[in-house]
Design a protein around this ligand. Structure first.
Ligand SMILES: *Cc1c(COP(=O)(O)O)cnc(C)c1O
Length: 457
């Protein structure tokens, strides 16, 4: 199984290379050269077994099935639910898929736990070390810290904006106690952290000197690992049942994983509604075919405060008939002017992909958190509420609706309490979080200072 770039100018690589490199050398994203056809998940098949089959299909000859089974077993041992991503019925013909049973209470754990196992295993076999750097506004950093803590071949450096992440989010990053996890609190905002990381990756000499790698939302391994829970949802609700998914979206990695599952034959049809907050670039893109960069604004669902989602490029590649030159044309224009109009030849197919997007205001999100609590007795996180609100407004259908619950309410206690008046306790498995010792270093908002620190890790 080979991986090709969405911009058509990179040599094909195998699964392991695609995962370790993140971005393709021509600036595109890696996608499989062909969509492998994978047998539907069985009703009684375990999550680890489904994950092993799917990841083996994506890995092709690059890894053996036994190796992958080992990675998946270790990855999902850290989840506190035997079905890993359980479904909860929350209305007639409506289900919530809880993706927050991992160590840091957000769906990022599902993929990050596998990626960490994959990196460590592959690097050990090759006798190599790598340095992973990531900028985080909250959930990614925690998931990466928990997953890579104690990894023998990887040093992880997490840049977060000093005093601008929520206390619970910070604790998940800073309390691992692992000597290979380094937390840098940058005197700046999230954009500053991201700019520093981008500048480091743009310096090819630095990248090879420190063996730099990234695990952000465009990494193919994340998409592959996330396609598994779509397959298990289809199995749990019955192979013949039509489903429609509602996915709270930011960079669209989660929603795209559903598309991938469908292309690989793991779903009976495909319909995904990307639920976005007041950052509505994606909704506008589906409505008008115009890709427009707008400044991200802060909302109660911060993990979704994103303008044009990076994973949209993978979808565009498909609707462009896999024409890398055409995709590059769109992104060159977008990079230059902050805006690109999709040609009609792409817009037509885009309307037939099964994707759509709806935006929810901050006020609607808050009202939904209250209404959901009144109706079900359960607290949901503000990201999940964007999804349940969109699901509430969908037209009637015979298809069962599955809403992805992307984080636990306890991850956003300040918002949940301010909106609902309820305190939300941390689940038992992390109730010692606040008692754990925190380790982080403050650092100047300065590329040279951060580079020096990365070299010393
Ligand atoms: C990252 C995140 C999202 C957005 O997921 P994408 O794959 O970037 O679309 C939504 N909700 C929560 C809680 C997240 O952490």
């Amino acid at each position: 199984m080979q991986y090709i770039s969405t911009r058509g100018r990179a040599a094909p690589v195998d699964f392991v290379t695609a995962c370790l490199s993140g971005l393709a050398p021509d600036g595109g994203l890696f996608v499989p050269e062909v969509w492998p056809q994978i047998e539907l998940a069985g009703v009684n098949e375990s999550y680890v077994s489904v994950a092993t089959r799917i990841l083996s299909a994506f890995a092709g000859d690059a890894m053996s099935r036994d190796e992958i089974a080992g990675l998946c077993e270790r990855a999902y041992a850290s989840f506190d639910h035997h079905s890993v991503t359980p479904l909860v019925q929350d209305g007639p013909n409506r289900f919530r898929m809880d993706l927050h049973h991992g160590p840091t209470l957000a769906f990022k754990d599902v993929a990050m736990q596998v990626i960490a196992q994959l990196y460590d295993h592959v690097l050990k076999a090759r006798g190599r070390r790598m340095t992973i750097v990531c900028a985080t506004s909250g959930d990614t950093g925690g998931a990466a810290a928990a997953a890579f803590a104690g990894a023998s071949q990887v040093d992880l450096l997490i840049l977060h904006p000093h005093e601008r992440v929520s206390p619970v989010q910070r604790l998940f990053m800073t309390t691992t106690g692992a000597s290979n996890v380094h937390n840098l609190a940058v005197d700046g905002d999230f954009d500053d952290c991201q700019s520093i990381v981008k500048a480091m990756f743009a310096d090819r000499d630095f990248v090879s000197e420190v063996g730099l790698s990234g695990v952000n939302s465009i990494n193919w391994a994340r998409i592959a690992a996330q396609s598994v829970y779509y397959a298990t949802a289809q199995a749990a609700l019955g192979p013949d049942r039509a489903l429609r998914f509602v996915v709270p979206s930011g960079n669209m990695g989660d929603a795209l994983a559903g598309y991938v599952a469908a292309r690989c034959g793991l779903l009976n049809g495909f319909e995904v509604m990307c639920a976005v907050n007041e950052n509505r670039s994606l909704a506008e893109l589906f409505e008008s075919g115009v890709m427009r960069r707008t400044p991200a604004k802060a909302t109660p669902s911060p993990a979704m405060d994103i303008s044009v989602p990076s994973n949209f490029e993978r979808l565009l590649f498909e609707v462009a008939g896999r024409d890398g030159d055409a995709v590059r044309g769109v992104y060159d224009q977008y990079k230059q002017s902050g805006e690109a109009v999709l040609p009609q030849t792409m817009r037509g197919p885009l309307g037939c992909t099964g994707f759509a997007s709806q935006s929810v205001t901050n006020a609607e999100t808050e009202a939904e958190m209250i209404r959901y609590l009144e109706e079900t007795g359960e607290l949901i996180c503000p990201h999940t509420a964007v999804g349940t609100k969109v699901a509430r407004d969908l037209p009637e259908s015979d298809a069962a609706t599955v809403i992805l619950a992307t984080a636990h309410a306890a991850k956003f206690p300040e918002t949940v309490e301010a909106v609902t008046g309820r305190k939300v306790p941390l689940p038992e498995r992390c109730d010692d979080l606040k008692a754990r010792g925190e380790v982080f270093e403050q650092i100047a908002n300065d590329l040279a200072a951060v580079k020096a620190r990365v070299r010393g890790a």
